[in-house]
Write a protein that binds this ligand. Structure first.
Ligand code: ATP
Ligand code: MG
Length: 411
């Protein structure tokens, strides 16, 4: 990517009403654009990072047998009436609208009901089960407070997987597999060491749900963490009874603010009952399908990572999700020519700062603000030794590599 040809520009200030550090940096660095409170566009840099997060999640969902689909954002009223969740008092985050042709519809806050309805066309026998389907899809929620940038928005990206199993045993097996897969995902995303499986309130079919909480000052939840065991308890279920139940020692628990990045839930028969989703078992008897749901918010994850890993100069992305790996600056005529050559060898990995309008100091500041993992400088001075200077954004460490060494790294 050549910065001279990109329409985005970095800015010195963020909108005055923006309070979270991650949102300020993401706005200033040109990753996102604020349409209104709780509603953001993803600009080219932001979109690349979001897509990389999505791709990691996708690979891990495929690895546990997930099949990807994409459902609609416009949802029919009747499937929601069947589960009694069309009512604004039951589901308080609805965005609804009217059809010109008559009737009402809803903008997807989640997909349990519509997907359960779809499955009625495809599940009839025990041979059809289990089924694991997931999507990356836009959700709409009329959140009362949207103040943490992309961590809580009114339109956001969700990965939602739903499991359809023959019984609780089959469900439990997948549930644990998915929990393990979430740990892998958060490791790959660079927040594994601060993200913990957390017991939270369940529903009528399980005592607890499992949240995945990342320790983060901008988070909205309080968790109690047993660091040795690597598990936590959400404040909402933090009672002596629950601690006993889980064998947790109160005196060993650390209290932290945290952000929920993922969430898995045993739904049981809640929706298969409401929408009458059944299968015939081996004896030809009609049975209800046992369901689960498994969410991750890629856009919230992006906000949490931006929040946690940034420093006083700007964003600091882990390599796996940075929009580009290298930020290349050429200084002097020969340096600029060499920089352009390197860019052309790996345009998918390199931002070439070839702006005529910016001074070198400004380019360096923008490289830091954007959080690109490696800043690469080629100047007359480094070229005199046939070298490039590489600076690690996270550690600040600087190294000299020969041009050939760097070229082989990127090709
Ligand atoms: P919260 O408790 O934070 O409101 P939730 O329990 O309603 O979230 P789910 O319905 O389980 O969330 O959604 C799955 C995931 O989607 C969450 O774990 C989170 O990562 C993400 N998410 C939920 N609401 C939002 C939002 N308003 N903005 C961005 N991401 C969200
Ligand atoms: Mg929650």
């Amino acid at each position: 990517m050549k910065l001279s040809q990109s329409f985005t520009k970095t800015t010195k200030t963020a909108p005055a009403d923006e309070v979270s550090q991650s949102a300020k940096y993401l706005l200033r660095a040109g990753y996102i654009y604020k349409e209104m409170a709780g509603v953001y566009d993803y600009l080219p840099l932001g979109m690349r990072t979001l897509e990389k997060i999505i791709q990691i999640i996708r690979e891990e969902m495929n690895a546990i047998g997930g099949e990807e689909l994409r459902m609609t954002s416009l949802q029919p009223k009747d499937v929601w009436e069947a589960s009694n969740r069309w009512d604004d008092k039951v589901m308080d985050v609805w965005f609804k609208t009217k059809l010109n042709a008559g009737g009402e519809l809803g903008l997807a806050p989640t997909h349990e009901e519509p997907l359960t309805h779809v499955m009625k066309s495809y599940i009839s026998s025990y041979k059809d089960l289990p089924i694991y389907v997931y999507q990356f899809q836009t959700k709409f929620r009329n959140e009362l407070r949207a103040k943490s940038g992309i961590m809580r928005t009114r339109e956001f990206m969700m990965k939602d997987l739903y499991s359809f199993s023959k019984n609780r045993e089959e469900h439990n097996e997948f549930y644990e597999k998915c929990a393990d897969s979430y740990i892998k995902i958060f490791n790959r995303l660079g927040i594994g060491d601060s993200t913990f499986r957390t017991f939270a309130s369940g529903g009528s079919f399980s005592k607890f749900s499992d949240e995945f909480q990342t320790i983060c000052d901008a988070g909205e939840d309080i968790i109690y963490l047993d660091r040795e065991r690597g598990i936590a308890v959400n404040e909402e279920v933090y009672t002596d009874d629950v601690l006993n139940d889980l064998g947790l020692d109160k005196s060993k628990l650390e209290q932290h603010k945290a952000a929920e990045v993922g969430n898995i839930f045993t739904l049981g028969y809640k929706y298969s009952d409401a929408l009458d989703l059944c299968y015939n078992d081996e004896d030809g008897k009609r049975q209800k399908v046992f369901m689960g749901s498994y969410g991750i918010g890629p856009s919230r994850v992006m906000g949490v990572i931006a929040e946690k890993l940034s420093d006083d100069k700007g964003l600091v992305w882990p390599e796996e999700i940075a929009p580009y790996k290298y930020y290349v600056v050429g200084i002097g005529e020969q340096g600029e020519a060499e920089a352009a050559k390197l860019h052309d060898m790996a345009p998918e990995d390199i931002i070439l700062d070839d702006r005529k309008s910016a001074r070198t100091g400004e380019k360096f500041a923008d490289a830091d603000l954007m959080g690109i993992p490696y800043r690469v400088v080629i100047s007359d001075k480094t070229l005199a030794e046939n070298k490039v200077e590489i600076k690690n954004r996270q550690t600040g460490e600087t190294k000299l590599l020969t041009l050939t060494e760097f070229a082989s790294k990127i090709s």
